[in-house]
Design a protein around this ligand. Structure first.
Ligand SMILES: [Zn+2]
Length: 46
């Protein structure tokens, strides 16, 4: 059928839940493009 499910890696902000796909997955963004938080990939401590 020529149909394939593609898995695309992206980032998700832990603060605002914004999801985005970077141009280069190897370059982690320093801030979330939505809320500009530098802690977008840091989980909140319980
Ligand atoms: Zn964010």
């Amino acid at each position: 059928m020529g149909i394939v499910e593609l898995k695309i890696k992206g980032f998700k902000c832990e603060r605002c839940n914004h999801e985005w796909i970077p141009h280069n997955i190897k370059n982690e963004p320093t801030v979330c493009p939505s809320c500009k938080s530098p802690y977008w990939n840091k989980e909140r401590k319980k």
